[in-house]
Design a protein around this ligand. Structure first.
Ligand code: MN
Length: 288
């Protein structure tokens, strides 16, 4: 077993805000709200999920992005993606798309089914100032590409990005080398794993609950987000009797100024103004 690990405690717990985005998709937003505007390097975190097609069918028609990475991880249903660079594909249950908008893309993200349940997550990861105008690109993987680790008694870890116990997620070579784990823990089971203290870490409980001893209600019940303290080198999770499904996402803080306007995240207001001007005059997409 490992040397004794120092656990990172919980810094805060909060409930997502219910909102709509795109052409009318109902979602729960945990990062990118008045409560938690950003959690460097993360700029936005959405959980969309409904069995009512009216809450998702309008999707996210053609829209631009610049200066960020967007990460879509699907639990149920399908999203078809199409972009100005000529890429297209379908993200299915268990699949992930890691898109680097860089200098700019236009894309659409549309549910491919008209009935049944659609559920997934979208995370925005910031880019450093010297990467914001880089060439756009994306990586897409299906469920079979995502390694699954049975980590002891009653714990399963899907490694989407980063390294876990000798496994490496399929998403590689992206800015900041983030980690993205989908962890399920059976009722009353506990689980700890190493995660360096110099990285920002947040969790999102999307099923069941976690026992959190240091907080008043002593539990984080789905849907709820939590931020781990800096320092220490391990994350410790304990499921309530119902068990828990939790995303744990880690990244290195960028510590640069943030100027954001909708789908654009730059360092200065001037860069945002220039972006809007380029959209107006048709020079937003850099195609060479
Ligand atoms: Mn988008």
């Amino acid at each position: 077993m490992h040397k004794a690990l120092k656990h990172r405690g919980i810094k805060r717990l909060w409930a997502p805000m219910v909102t709509t985005d795109g052409a009318g998709v109902t979602l729960r937003r945990s990062i990118g709200t008045g409560t938690v505007s950003h959690l460097d390097p993360f700029l936005l975190f959405d959980h969309f999920g409904s069995s009512n097609p009216e809450e998702y069918i309008a999707g996210f028609p053609m829209h631009p992005h610049r200066g960020i990475q967007t990460v879509t991880y699907m639990l149920k249903g399908k999203i078809r993606h199409r972009d100005s660079v000529g890429n297209s594909g379908v993200i299915e249950a268990g699949g992930v798309q890691w898109m680097t908008a860089g200098s700019g893309i236009l894309h659409e993200e549309m549910p491919e089914m008209t009935e049944g349940r659609l559920e997934g997550f979208q995370l925005w990861v910031n880019l450093r100032s010297n990467e914001k105008m880089s060439e756009p690109g994306y990586q897409e993987f299906s469920a079979v590409d995502v390694p699954l680790e049975r980590a002891g008694d009653g714990v399963k870890v899907k490694v989407i990005a980063g390294k876990f116990d000798g496994l490496e997620g399929p998403v590689r070579g992206v800015s900041g080398a983030p980690a993205y784990f989908d962890i399920s823990i059976k009722g009353n089971k506990a689980f700890e794993f190493e995660l360096r203290g110099d990285r920002a870490v947040f969790g999102y409980v999307y099923r069941g609950g976690l026992k959190i001893e240091s907080f008043d209600d002593n539990e984080a019940q789905a849907p709820e987000a939590l931020e781990f303290k800096s320092g220490g080198d391990a994350i410790s999770l304990r499921a309530t009797e119902d068990g828990a499904s939790v995303l744990v996402i880690a990244g290195s803080p960028i510590r640069e100024p943030i100027a954001r306007y909708g789908p654009f995240v730059m360092n200065t207001e001037e860069e945002i103004k220039a972006t809007l001007e380029e959209l107006r005059n048709g020079t937003f997409i850099k195609d060479d």
